[in-house]
Write a protein that binds this ligand. Structure first.
Ligand code: FAD
Ligand code: SF4
Ligand code: SF4
Ligand code: SF4
Ligand code: SF4
Length: 411
């Protein structure tokens, strides 16, 4: 019987799946097993669309179709958590297994705190995440730095600190550090991200730490909850997954790589936050950046913290309708409502029609608030500060009505 904290090398006995999977195929095997045994009704995973730059979220109910979702898409910058709320009724009426990167898991926790998703009905199969590259950047980088036609690339991977491509006629890898020093590489929020191993998921799966004859052929699985332990044990017992204890040297190596990534995250935070200046200069910079806003609402639509039935930015007494750019109040509302819980998922920046570094603005504020008040979003079910100063009964009453008004001072 496995338990929280146990670490395994795991691999699929299914030869077809092994070929398609990123490393050991443990993730896909577990997803398939859960569907076959009806532990879940559906799986939310990601599959390749038109090309390697096109990561498509997909809901699978037929176990035979899980093979289509195997493999890691490093240009898959999508966030899974908001999809569960928007399109799957917050997992309230079906049990769903989801593959989650760190930001996906954090988003699910934040939505669960706001009663927008039901974690009891969700199994989170975590994947470690060193970062993602936006599809536009990936194409530019492959063309300019690799000297390869992006449309000829049929596989990409991130391994041993390199971004590696396979294309018609060869393969090439360039160190990510070198790419990033020249302005290419991972999304800026990913560089600052310190959620490399999503331990708030039920299982955390990755390739770091797999050494010896299993290198490249097994998935490193860390058990992170009793739910995760139960599913892993059942899958092994049924012969759907093979496991062996992780090599202690591999475990050590994984810790080292994770720590190195965390240090790198600190380095990027320092660099990025310094670019915003401090105090009044920071405010001026944010005012200047946001002055090109066209109020397309993408930053709100895609933020996992935003859930309100009626968004305050659409209230005419707060933000004058039809005015572009909107008054700074539009952004102030977001800052006031989100900053303490921002998980730095990058969606508000990546999808901004005007390339405003929204995620950087919000993350910088979140880190300041974390220093002041100690609240860390996305890691557990602790409520943010604003929630703590409210009366519990009032929050429950509002949640039951579906209203977003915490303090309705205009009635
Ligand atoms: P498979 O059986 O191949 O299954 C992979 C699963 O990942 C599938 O269910 C698929 O739907 C899902 N998936 C693919 N792309 C995405 C995406 N963009 N977002 C959410 N889900 C997705 N491991 C490390 O140890 N170190 C790393 O630095 C690291 N970086 C990663 C970066 C990204 C963007 C991703 C997606 C994964 C990363 N991993 C990393 C995890 C690793 O690549 C494998 O996913 C993991 O080891 C599981 O391997 P597997 O063979 O069992 O997975
Ligand atoms: Fe991965 Fe973190 Fe980027 Fe999310 S924010 S894609 S977890 S590096
Ligand atoms: Fe993600 Fe932006 Fe929302 Fe922060 S503010 S959680 S980076 S979408
Ligand atoms: Fe997001 Fe605030 Fe709008 Fe709610 S009111 S959707 S928290 S910006
Ligand atoms: Fe403004 Fe960008 Fe938000 Fe659109 S996504 S409303 S342009 S800040």
């Amino acid at each position: 019987m496995s338990k929280k904290g146990d670490m395994f090398y795991a691999w699929t006995p299914d030869a077809d799946l092994a070929k398609k999977a990123e490393c050991g195929g443990a993730v896909s095997s577990l997803l398939k097993f859960m569907l076959e045994k009806k532990i879940v009704d559906a799986v939310l995973a990601v599959k390749r669309g038109q090309d390697i730059y096109d990561a498509v979220p997909t809901l699978v109910t037929d176990p035979a179709k899980i093979n289509e979702t195997a493999g890691s898409l490093h240009c898959g910058t999508l966030l899974m958590s908001k999809l569960v709320k928007k399109y799957l009724n917050g997992a309230n009426d079906q049990k769903i297994a989801i593959t989650v990167k760190g930001c996906d898991a954090m988003g699910l926790y934040e939505l669960a705190k706001r009663q927008q998703v039901n974690l009891d009905n969700i199994v989170m199969i975590g994947v470690n995440c060193g970062g993602t590259v936006s599809p536009v950047m990936a194409r530019k980088m492959i063309k300019e730095k690799f000297g390869v036609d992006p449309d000829k690339v049929h596989k990409e991977e991130i391994d041993k600190g390199q971004f590696i491509i396979e294309y018609e006629g060869g393969h090439k890898g360039i160190k990510i550090d070198d790419l990033e020093d020249e302005g290419f590489g991972r999304r800026s929020n990913c560089r600052r991200c310190k959620m490399k191993v999503p331990r708030q998921a039920d299982l955390a799966c990755g390739n770091w730490g797999v050494i010896g004859d299993k290198a490249g052929k097994a998935t490193f699985v860390e058990v992170c909850s009793d739910k995760g332990a139960g599913i892993l044990d059942q899958a092994v017992k049924a012969g759907a997954l093979k496991t062996e204890a992780a090599d202690p040297k591999g475990i050590e190596m994984r810790v080292k790589v994770e720590n190195a990534m965390l240090k790198l995250g600190d380095k990027w935070r320092e660099r990025d936050f310094a670019s915003l200046g401090t105090g009044r200069d920071r405010l001026k910079k944010i005012l200047q950046d946001t002055s090109r806003c066209i109020k397309c609402y993408q930053c709100i639509e895609n933020c996992p913290i935003c859930y309100c039935v009626e968004c305050s930015t659409k209230k005419p007494y707060l933000v004058t309708p039809g005015q572009v750019p909107p008054s700074f109040m539009f952004h102030l509302i977001r800052f006031a409502h989100i900053a303490d819980s921002c998980i730095n998922c990058g969606q508000c920046q990546e999808l901004c029609a005007m390339d405003i570094p929204n995620s950087l603005h919000m993350h910088a504020q979140q880190v300041e608030l974390e220093k002041m008040f100690g609240h860390v979003p996305g890691v557990d079910m602790k409520l943010p500060l604003l929630a703590l100063v409210e009366e519990r009964e009032e929050r429950d009453r509002l949640a039951a009505t579906g209203s977003d008004q915490i303090y309705n001072i205009f009635k």
